[in-house]
Design a protein around this ligand. Sequence first.
Ligand SMILES: CC(C)(COP(=O)(O)OP(=O)(O)OC[C@H]1O[C@@H](n2cnc3c(N)ncnc32)[C@H](O)[C@@H]1OP(=O)(O)O)[C@@H](O)C(=O)NCCC(=O)NCCS
Length: 158
Amino acid sequence: MKTERLGHYVSNKNERTYVCFYSDHLALSPAYPSFLHGVAEMVESGAGYGMTFWKDDECQTMYVRDITDGEPGPVVASTVFRHVAEQSYIWIEMTSVNKDHRGQRLYQFMHEYYEALAKRWGVKKLSGNVNVNNIASVKQRESVGFKTRLLVQDKIIK
Ligand SMILES: CC(C)(COP(=O)(O)OP(=O)(O)OC[C@H]1O[C@@H](n2cnc3c(N)ncnc32)[C@H](O)[C@@H]1OP(=O)(O)O)[C@@H](O)C(=O)NCCC(=O)NCCS
């Protein structure tokens, strides 16, 4: 498994220091429990798909640790993705920030490294599904420049 320290960030809101890491294997990385908690929360909130949507051995991850108190603390945020090299895109499966650390721009912090990885790998596009009812997720993606390309439409038969 390959792990790389990507960089650090100090939130000017809660004054905590965070470090972002990359791992090429989701299930063997320290991000895995945080990712699974994020999936559970999303399903409970009604924004999930009602099915398993990721493949452990194809997914890579970036994850954030709080290092304010010295040694790297627990993982407080993670984003899970696949690099589809043949078609030159990165597919974002799931991004999750621990409730105690939301609103600190940790999503934006991780997103910077998506752009860096895309440049490193010669990738032209970042993509992913978002439930339109998941306002925080829609807004966070719009805040870094994502545009909606597809809409899934339903009609409820009464
Ligand atoms: C969505 C989520 C990852 C956002 O993480 P975050 O670190 O709190 O987001 P950031 O602080 O980086 O916010 C970036 C921007 O997103 C938008 N945003 C984030 N949370 C928002 C909310 N609750 N309501 C409206 N806009 C929001 C804002 O535009 C914000 O920019 P601003 O700080 O200038 O206002 C987090 O709320 C989360 O983990 N939710 C549960 C899991 C989930 O639904 N993941 C998405 C499925 S892929």
